[in-house]
Structure formats: C-alpha cells, structure tokens
Design a protein. Structure first.
Length: 429
C-alpha cells in the first residue's frame, strides 16, 4: 500500500481501537501506562526529576514483564539497536583509560539515553500504538503551548520553567516542522494537507523568533532536502514548493526583529573574529573546535578517555598556540558532536557515532521510511555540527519515540495490507 492511504483509515486504526477495545490484558495496561507516563515525563526532567526517573524505571519494568528480555536477541537485528549498543559499549570502554571515573560515567549517561529506544519499541504493537501516539502528541503540544506563552507573553527565549533553553526548544520545533511537512506530503486529503502545511509554517515562524541560528539553518536545509526527495519526480511542483520555502523564509527573516538582531550580531561577530577577537559566539565555537582538533590529534585512535573533554580543554587552552585561547569563557562542551566524541574516544568513537547515524537510517529505510529517515538524520547531523546534540536529552527522546512509532506503524500497516486469505494461510502455516 502507498503512503497516500495512511490517512484514509486513520479513525479505524487510531480512534476506534481505543474506544472499542475492552479486553486489554494487565500487560497491555501496564505497557500503555508506561508509554503514556514516559511521553509526558521526559519533558519535565528538570521540573520533576523524581517523575522523570520513575517513568524510566516504570518503562523498563513494563518491558521486562512484557517478555522484552526474551525478544532482545531479535531486536538486535535492527541496525539502529545494534548501533546504539555499540556506541554505548565503546563509550563505556573509554572510561577504562579516563583519569576521572565520575566524569566518565556522567558523560556515558548522555549517550545511554538512546537505549530507551529498545524498551519503547518493544512495548509497541497495534493495540498500544494509538496510546503511544496520543501521549506523545499531548506532551509535545503542551510544551509547545508553554513555549509560545513564554515567547509571546513574557518575551522569554526557550521555556525556563522546564529548564529548556532556546536551543532545545528550537530543536523540538525543527522536528515538528519536518514531521508536519512529511504528513502533509503523504496525505491526499486536501484539508488535512493544507492544515499540516500551515502548521509547519507556523512552527518555522516560532523558530525564526528563537536565538538558535544553527538549528534554524538545519531545519531549513532539512526541509529543502525533504521537498527535493519527495517531489524529485515532479519538477514543476518541486520548483514551486522550493520557491515557496524561499519566500516564506525571506518574509520571516525580514519581519522578525529577533532574527534581524541575531543576523546583525553574527555580522559583527565575524568582523570581530577576523580582527583577532574570538570572544563572540561563532568565535568561541571556532576556537573550541581548533583546540578540540588539536586534542584529537594528540591521541587520534582511542582519545583521552570518556569524560576527559574538560581536562583536555583546560590543559590545551593554556599552552596551545602560546596560550592564545587561555582567556576563553568557562568551558561547557565543544559545541560539536564529532569533536566531543573524538576527544573522548578518538577514531573508535567517531566510527561508532557514524555507525549510529548509518544504522538509524538503515532501520528507517528497511521499514520504507527512506524520505523521513534521510530528512531527520540530516537534521541531527547538521545540529551536531554547531551544538552538542546529545545534550538535548528531550529532543533525543522525542526522536527515538518518533522512530519507534514510525516502525510500529509501518509494521501494522503492512500486516493490514495483506489480503485476508493470505493472513489465514500464514496463521495456519
């Protein structure tokens, strides 16, 4: 079946199962509760850490009681699952040659966030899927409404009550833009298509009014990639929609005071950096990358050890290029996924991270999600060039949940597409 049929039976597959299903087993109830709680709790980690922690343990408990451990061997066959395990193992191994075990485990926690994909996907099936989608939408729109209120009413960037800085908020907006574009593309219902198109433009408008320039650029480039991939066989539509994207971005850029200020600031920052002043946002990033590449070159194969990025920076900043960078502001991270991982565990880590992105795409490709897979992975890659994307824990959870839901949707869709006679033959066999 083609993607154009997805929205034709949306009520039958999402709404009716919830309303009519009255024979849920205790495992179903446990799994649905765990999926629902997790989809809400990961947004409020800083607001309620206990709820966040409980949601994770509850999800794991539901997975174990649902027989997840017995199916783990089968799940590892998914390229994305195998890639997650490899990256986590490699990062864990890096602790052995780290000089600070505490920092090593702290850094490792950022990357094992990907592991939540395993129980989340394992708990999904046709009956539980509507609940997973519903809870994820509730969490997303609640956070979106909060962010809009912070921006419009309080004139604040990001969502301070949730300890979500503008970078994280902008990244969740970017994912929303890309998903709305995808669903607008695959539906044949004109009203739905129009609504989703307008919604994606609305999210992009909000993103233009956040300070995250790099993530905004990643969203625009990824959107252009989606349009190209989706309409590459229809040159007329491709050119029209690309032109529309350019016009929309131009209008938003021209009418956004925030964007104009950031653009002017970026221009001043570039001039300052050329004059030898690196105490600007882009100047600091370039300085950090310069130091980071120097640290990687010191130990290119296995790095300095998981958790040693701070120590390596403090040491190199005082001596590299005669101490030219010693007055850089307080170090947090290298604002680049590749540089950060390269310092921790060298080429070994870089290959593991590259394999993670490759495995992620291969899993989506295997489930006939090539275009959204390429678009989302492009977004992740581009965001990881100017920021440490793995720091965006809420965004990572959102992405792995969307990936798992997409896979489950495709699986159930393929089963539903099989003629009844064929299903009966498979069951009897």
């Amino acid at each position: 079946m083609q993607n154009s049929n997805y929205f034709r039976d949306i009520k039958n597959r999402l709404v009716y199962p919830i309303l009519q299903h009255d024979d849920y087993s205790w495992r179903d109830i446990l799994a649905i509760s765990a999926l629902f709680l997790f989809s809400i709790a990961f947004w409020i980690k800083e607001l309620s850490f206990h709820a966040y922690t409980f949601a994770h343990f509850f999800l794991l408990l539901a997975w174990i009681l649902d027989g997840g451990l017995s199916r783990l061997k089968e799940m590892i066959k998914e390229p994305f699952v195998a890639a997650i395990l490899i990256l986590c193992i490699v990062m864990a191994l890096g602790i052995f040659w780290s000089d600070d075990l505490k920092l090593g485990f702290k850094v490792l926690r950022r990357y094992i966030a990907f592991l939540i994909f395993i129980p989340y996907l394992a708990l999904l099936n046709k009956e539980r899927l509507p609940w997973a989608i519903g809870s994820l939408l509730i969490g997303y729109f609640a956070v979106l409404a909060t962010g809009i209120y912070q921006w419009l009413v309080l004139d604040v960037q990001g969502i301070p009550p949730l300890s979500m800085p503008y970078l994280k908020f902008s990244s969740m907006l970017g994912i929303g833009v890309l998903l709305a574009l995808y669903f607008a593309g695959i539906t044949k219902d004109n009203k739905t298509k129009l609504f989703l198109s307008i919604f994606s433009i609305f999210l992009l408008f909000i993103q233009f009014n956040q300070d995250a320039r790099g993530i905004l650029i990643a969203t625009i480039i990824s959107s252009a990639l989606f349009i190209f991939l989706f309409f590459r066989k229809e040159i007329g539509k491709l050119l029209v929609i690309m032109a529309l994207l350019v016009v929309v971005c131009g209008i938003f850029a021209y009418n956004s005071d925030n964007f104009q200020k950031r653009l002017a600031l970026a221009n001043d920052n570039i001039k300052s950096f050329k004059a030898g002043d690196y105490n600007t946002s882009p100047g600091q990033r370039l300085a950090l990358w310069d130091i980071g590449l120097y640290n990687i070159a010191e130990r290119p194969l296995f790095g300095h050890g998981t958790g040693m990025a701070l120590h390596s920076f403090d040491t190199s900043a005082q001596t590299y290029k005669g101490g030219f960078y010693k007055n850089l502001p307080k170090f947090v991270h290298y604002h680049n996924d590749w540089v950060e991982i390269g310092i921790h565990i060298g080429a070994l880590g870089l290959f593991a991270y590259a394999y993670l992105l490759w495995g992620w795409f291969q899993t989506l490709k295997a489930h006939k999600l090539v275009i959204p897979g390429a678009t989302l992975l492009c977004f992740v890659f581009l965001c990881g060039i100017t920021d440490l994307f793995v720091f965006f824990r809420q965004t990572i959870f959102l992405l792995v949940a969307v990936t798992a839901i997409g896979i489950c949707w495709q699986r159930t869709h393929e089963i539903d597409s099989i003629p009844i006679t064929m299903k009966e033959k498979n069951i009897s066999a």
